[in-house]
Design a protein around this ligand. Sequence first.
Ligand code: 13P
Ligand code: ZN
Length: 270
Amino acid sequence: MNKSILDGRPQLTAEVNKVAEVAGYLWQKGWAERNGGNITINITEWVDDEIRRMPAISPVKPIGATLPHLKGCYFFCKGTNRRMRDLARWPMQNGSVIRILDDCASYVIIADEPVAPTSELPSHLSVHNYLIKNGSPYKASLHTHPIELIAMSHNPAFLKKDVLTNLLWSMIPETKAFCPRGLGIIPYALPSSVELANATLKELDDYDVVMWEKHGVFAIGPDIMEAFDMVDTLSKSAQIYINSRCMGFEPTGMSQEQMHEMSIAFHLPK
Ligand code: 13P
Ligand code: ZN
């Protein structure tokens, strides 16, 4: 077996294993057709001097944005065009570790193999830059294609501010408890564009999960498991709504009073 950056690094291994576990869930959920979706995690805290000395195994590549807070940071990223179901089984063959260079505008791959990172890297890295700038403990970002939530984004009525958030919160009490900042909405933008990255950043001031209209969701969390849990919770609510409509009725939903009661009882921010 070839040497891996994970060898002798149990904490780094644990974080990459969480990514692999979540990648498997995304596939099982039906949210990860072909190469759909991507994951990046900030692994800088697990990086030692030996890793810092590791040579580049790729040419220097531009990020597409200058991100001053990422100087010297390291990320594990899903590879572009790689399948989540493959990332689940072989994370180091379908993802790679990148180092951000001192110009804060480019990166190199350092391990294990020269797997080019996800095409959504501008959004992911812009978000990590924003998180560090704000002193956030969040280390993970997830983009995925959840069927029911995307279906709902095809209805303009749901795209007005906080309409979908309130509807999803009202389907089951847990949604407000575990996704208390709700779901931000980002009008359609070209996948992998810097425009999409900038719009995502703006919404993350107010939300932990944002909807990329007619495309998917983008979520952040302390680790990848928690980012996944939030999307899973919102998706459950979307399924309850759609199931009710399929049975031929508009679900009543919890009342504003009942949701307010939840906010008080669980000290929720909204
Ligand atoms: P990548 O294969 O480049 O990660 O792209 C998948 C995707 O979902 C783009 O939005
Ligand atoms: Zn996508």
